[in-house]
Design a protein around this ligand. Structure first.
Ligand code: KG4
Ligand code: ZN
Length: 330
């Protein structure tokens, strides 16, 4: 039975997982730095890399211990090669390379977003052509997969990522980083009290900075007028407008690029309203929503994706450089 030890350290989670070729998760350990970054209102890259350095060995040891495995018996070492914060990526990369060198194992450099997409295989085999709506703190992309080795970005944000605008709006109304889950929760009780502009971009691309700025201006205007801001309704109005744009573009993409399956991927895929809308509005094809636990960053997803790299004999040398801006098409 082939087994992969996978490491993820692209942003503010340090994680290690061991999974086998049947996608059994032998262990999956994640430590989040969220509490520390929350104090600053967002991820501070230098703090993130330092914390990865402090955590990484313990996390790898813990993953091996929980799986009751030895590195000698692992088939390959996988890690996130990009995209992400350069200092954070380096820490996971160096740990993975050290293990690969010392134990003479093949090394696999996984694209972070491929991890978010392939984690859906825990629920069902993926069917191609496949559309992935990738929504995270750093990316908003519609990715067309002809098969498990060919990725085409058919739509992308021209400015902010959707998760980034959630976090920004949340911060301004006094919610702690990461704000996405908090806006999700507040919105459940809200209604469309505030009218916000629907993002308007041609084709399959997205834009969230206009909506974000309009929301921030509205908040300022209400505060200056001495009126009380209804945070619940503001969250609702912002969220509905942002998600409506995701749904409209996804439907358009599926018309232009007929697919057998749609998957959601990335941190914002945990959003309860997005999950509801996708299920109710995408009718004609199979839809997979990633398990909530694996929506935000983890190493299991890197391990699952790594089995595809292994299948296609895609390895990286020990001197491979981390790629903070790597595209999913590379
Ligand atoms: O994929 P991820 O863990 O990290 C990146 O690769 O960026 O995504 C983190 C992003 C953050 O912006 C966070 O606010 C957002 O995902 N997020 C959510 C929810 N849970 C996480 N946004 C909206 N609703 C949620 N429930
Ligand atoms: Zn991510």
């Amino acid at each position: 039975m082939k087994k992969i030890l996978a490491i993820e350290s692209s942003c503010d989670e340090t994680a290690c997982a061991i999974i086998d070729e049947d996608l059994n998760i032998l262990s999956s350990v994640v430590t989040s730095q969220i509490d520390v970054h929350a104090r600053f209102g967002g991820v501070i890259p230098e703090v993130a890399s330092r914390m990865h350095v402090e955590q990484i060995s313990t996390i790898i040891d813990e993953a091996l211990k929980q799986a009751d495995e030895k590195v000698e018996d692992i088939t390959a070492i996988a890690y996130t090669i990009g995209p992400g914060l350069i200092g954070s990526l380096h820490v996971g990369g160096i740990a993975a390379k050290t293990l690969a060198f010392f134990y003479d194992k093949p090394l696999i450099g996984v694209h972070h977003l491929k991890g978010h997409i392939f984690i859906n295989e825990l629920l069902a085999p993926l069917e191609y052509p496949l559309m992935a709506l990738v929504v995270s703190g750093g990316h908003t992309e519609l990715v067309y997969l002809e098969d498990d080795d060919h990725f085409r970005i058919i739509g992308t944000t021209l400015d902010d990522a959707v998760g980034e605008s959630y976090d920004k709006v949340a911060r301004v109304i006094g919610l702690e980083y990461p704000g996405g889950p908090k806006i999700d929760r507040l919105s459940k009780e809200g209604k469309m009290t505030y009218k916000l502009p629907t993002p308007k971009v041609e084709g399959l691309n997205f834009s969230f900075s206009g909506l974000k700025n309009a929301t921030l201006q509205l908040i300022k205007k209400i505060e200056n007028s001495g009126e009380e801001l209804n945070k619940v309704d503001l969250s609702y109005s912002f969220q509905e407008t942002a998600l409506r744009s995701l749904i409209t573009k996804t439907k358009k993409a599926l018309e232009e690029y007929p697919c057998k399956m749609l998957v959601l991927a990335g941190g914002v895929a945990a959003n309860s309203r997005l999950r509801e809308l996708v299920e109710s509005e995408i009718k004609d094809i199979k839809v997979i929503l990633p398990p909530l636990k694996y929506c935000t960053d983890n190493a299991t997803m890197i391990g699952v994706a790594a089995f595809h790299y292994l299948k296609h004999d895609k390895f990286v040398p020990l001197n491979a450089e981390s790629r903070p801006n790597m595209s999913i098409e590379d």
